[in-house]
Design a protein around this ligand. Structure first.
Ligand code: UD1
Length: 417
């Protein structure tokens, strides 16, 4: 196992390029199961989660090839319909194969993903939606066992705007008979990207990006070529990196519109954020003001940025209240940030982040993907060395994070533990 060692105190300066969005590429890869043939996906980030999704597809008889940032997916020999526990436990998004397998193969057996480091993550909305499309779904020995002769479209209303359930339903409904209308659908940019890919494959999806998505089922779909959108969470993480070090960072190949909620909070804290075309210039300053944050589904402040923003708030003047409404227990980074000297009180799903003049380096442990990013960010300003262990979490979602931060002037390296 590797650890990351950060020596704090360097002001970040320079330009960083953003890669393709993890949360867009995963459903797009799964959508290739809806047809037979070779699809080509470009701007794919080198991430562990992408490798995990490729393993799930290979388990089904699909061939995945990777050259540069292009992944080819050949589903011609798709022959199996099971996503086993050993693979699903590595990555919850493996459940994305459920909808497309049901639609194209008429059956799917997918291990239940189980919880996360910070608490339960149910998949009831995915299951209910498949049932509403006419599939039989049973839970047996930790597996979702489902079958359908032909899925039938219809109205589906989600009690919460789940990204995963919306994506799974869109994929399944693309090849169902008749029309499906999803109400209270997730509006994330990754949902729009998936709809674009499905439409390139011959599906008829409209309304993605709003809370009502209509899918008119088609009998056949065909392979397609697609370019993955920039990763908005990676974008926002580097915005915070610029802000926390009072640096000046230009973030290129991103979509400023996708990170507006984060830009707004940074601006309120006193950071200058200038967007132009596909780049964002962040100019931090010493002594930021504290701001309050409430996470919410898109276009609200992303839960995937809550931990990193909390790291920023630890040295901002005043008291910041950070409330988590999407994953109410997502606070495993709090004890680790405290080890660096942060003043954080946790009450249910709300954290009160007080001001400390400086953080100081300490050994800490990465507990999940975004929590690890928060610790790296805190390490950038902590006095002395911060040793972050279990960094495999960070490789699930941040491509070459040490190289990118080093390119901006950070003193950061990876070493064996
Ligand atoms: C996706 C993202 C993840 C992000 C999250 C919220 C991917 C691969 N992952 O996760 O990075 O943090 O969106 O933006 O894209 N829920 C249920 N039942 C379900 C499904 C969800 O109750 O069947 C609840 C969840 O507990 C949560 C809320 O709905 O409170 C939103 O979760 P959801 O949008 O489904 O998250 P994921 O798709 O798992």
């Amino acid at each position: 196992m590797d650890k990351i060692v950060v020596k704090g105190g360097r002001r970040l300066e320079g330009r960083v390029r953003i890669g393709g969005a993890k949360n867009a590429v995963l459903p797009v890869m799964a959508a290739c199961l809806l047809t037979r043939g070779v699809s080509v996906i470009r701007n794919v980030p080198r991430l562990k989660d992408v490798v995990s999704m490729a393993s799930v597809l290979e388990e089904l008889g699909v061939e995945c090839g990777w050259e540069g940032d292009t992944v080819t997916i050949d589903s011609s020999r798709l022959s199996r319909h099971e996503a086993p526990y050993e693979l699903v436990r590595k990555m919850r998004a493996s459940i994305y194969v459920l909808g497309p397998l049901l639609a194209s193969e008429g059956k799917a057996r997918v291990s239940l993903p189980g919880g996360c480091a910070w608490g339960p993550r149910p998949v009831d909305l995915h299951i209910r939606a498949m049932r509403e499309l006419g599939a039989t779904v049973d839970i047996d020995h930790g597996y979702i066992e489902s079958e359908a002769r032909r899925l039938e479209g219809g109205p589906i209303t989600f009690s919460a705007p789940s990204v995963g359930a919306t994506a799974n339903t869109m994929m399944a409904a693309s090849r169902a008979a008749g029309r499906t209308v999803i109400s209270n659908a997730a509006r994330e940019p990754e949902i729009v990207a998936l709809a674009d890919f499905l439409n390139l494959m011959g599906a008829r999806v409209s309304g993605a990006g709003t809370d009502a998505i209509t899918i008119d089922g088609v009998d056949e779909m065909s392979p397609a070529e697609f370019r993955i959108i920039p990763d908005r969470i990676e974008t926002a993480t580097y915005m915070v990196a610029g802000a926390i070090t009072a640096g000046q960072v230009e973030i290129v190949d991103c979509v400023p519109e996708h990170v507006e909620s984060v830009a707004l909070k940074l601006a309120q804290a006193g950071v200058a954020v200038e967007a132009a075309g596909d780049s964002i210039l962040v100019k931090g300053k010493k002594a930021l003001e504290s701001v309050d944050v409430v996470t919410a589904p898109y276009p609200g402040f992303p839960t995937d940025m809550q931990a990193q923003f909390m790291a920023l708030m630890t040295t901002a003047r005043g008291m910041s209240t950070i409330s988590e409404t999407v994953f109410r227990d997502r606070f495993t980074h709090v004890p680790e940030l405290r080890r660096l000297g942060a003043d954080i009180k946790l009450d249910g799903s709300t954290a009160q982040v007080g001001y400390v003049e400086k953080l100081s380096g300490a050994p800490v442990m990465a507990t999940d993907l975004r929590a690890s990013a928060a610790l790296v960010l805190a390490g950038l300003v902590a006095e002395g060395e911060t040793h972050i262990s279990r960094v495999y979490h960070i490789d699930r979602g941040y491509e070459a994070i040490e190289e990118k931060l080093r390119g901006l002037g950070a003193d950061i390296e990876r070493m064996p533990e």
